[in-house]
Write a protein that binds this ligand. Structure first.
Ligand code: SAM
Length: 216
């Protein structure tokens, strides 16, 4: 993603009560942060937050956390919350490499990855959010019956992500290579900013829903 420097973004993000500071200290205690025991779902690499805001609006009995590396992008999600506040949506500004430090065992109900950066160079494969390295991190905090949903328009990244499942001990629940023409998987679909941009150019959208293989 090409990033524009947004003046004052860092200060606004640091000063916002909607952005959880020192999220490591909330590990295992996210129920207390939200003040209820509702399920918690996260989007990693949230961008400007359109998808998660709409999802949180539709499902007010679920808590959501948007994780984004850059203040200049996260600030857009904060602005959206000013226009339409929600009590079930919070944010963390961090690099997801450290995500294992932030959530405790079985604390998260569902993970969303939308249009994750492809990192096309092979030597950067470990930075891809659906890589086996990241799946290993997610396993540390996703509920045993929890799922991960991933959408992208990047065929190479999608094929790579599918190939990572078995070595990481995960399996596909549902897969489509044309989400918008798959009536079952498209039901209730919320478009992300990138999804709107790339599907309007005619690109098919790939999606999988995966879960951990159950060890009997
Ligand atoms: N999910 C949004 C969408 O579909 O419109 C944004 C997609 S954009 C291509 C990828 C986003 O993920 C960027 O905002 C980027 O800063 C963020 N990102 C990439 N790697 C990340 C990481 N390791 N930790 C946190 N955020 C990350």
């Amino acid at each position: 993603m090409r990033l524009k420097n947004v003046k004052g973004a860092r200060e606004a993000v640091e000063g916002s009560p909607l952005v959880v500071k020192e999220p490591e200290s909330a590990k295992g205690k996210w129920d207390a942060v939200f003040g209820n025991g509702n399920p918690i779902r996260i989007e990693i690499g949230m961008g400007k937050g359109k998808f998660l805001h709409e999802l949180a609006l539709r499902n007010q009995e679920v808590n959501y956390i948007g994780i984004e590396k850059y203040s200049s992008v996260l600030i857009r999600a904060l602005q959206r919350m000013e226009e339409a506040p929600l009590s079930n949506l919070l944010f963390i500004r961090m690099d997801a490499e450290e995500i294992g430090e932030v959530f405790g065992e079985e604390e998260i109900d569902r993970i969303y990855l939308n249009f994750s950066d492809p990192w096309p160079k092979e030597r950067h494969g470990k930075r891809r959010l659906p890589s086996r390295e990241f799946l290993g991190r997610y396993q540390g905090f996703l509920k045993k019956d929890g799922v991960l949903e991933f959408k992208t328009d990047n065929r190479e990244l999608f094929d790579f992500a599918l190939g990572e499942l078995s070595p990481a001990g995960w399996e596909a629940v549902k897969v489509t290579r044309d989400l918008h023409r798959d009536s079952e998987m498209a039901e209730g679909n919320i478009m992300t900013e990138y999804e709107e941009k790339f599907s309007s150019k005619g690109n098919p959208i790939y999606k999988y829903i995966i879960k951990r293989k159950q060890i009997l």
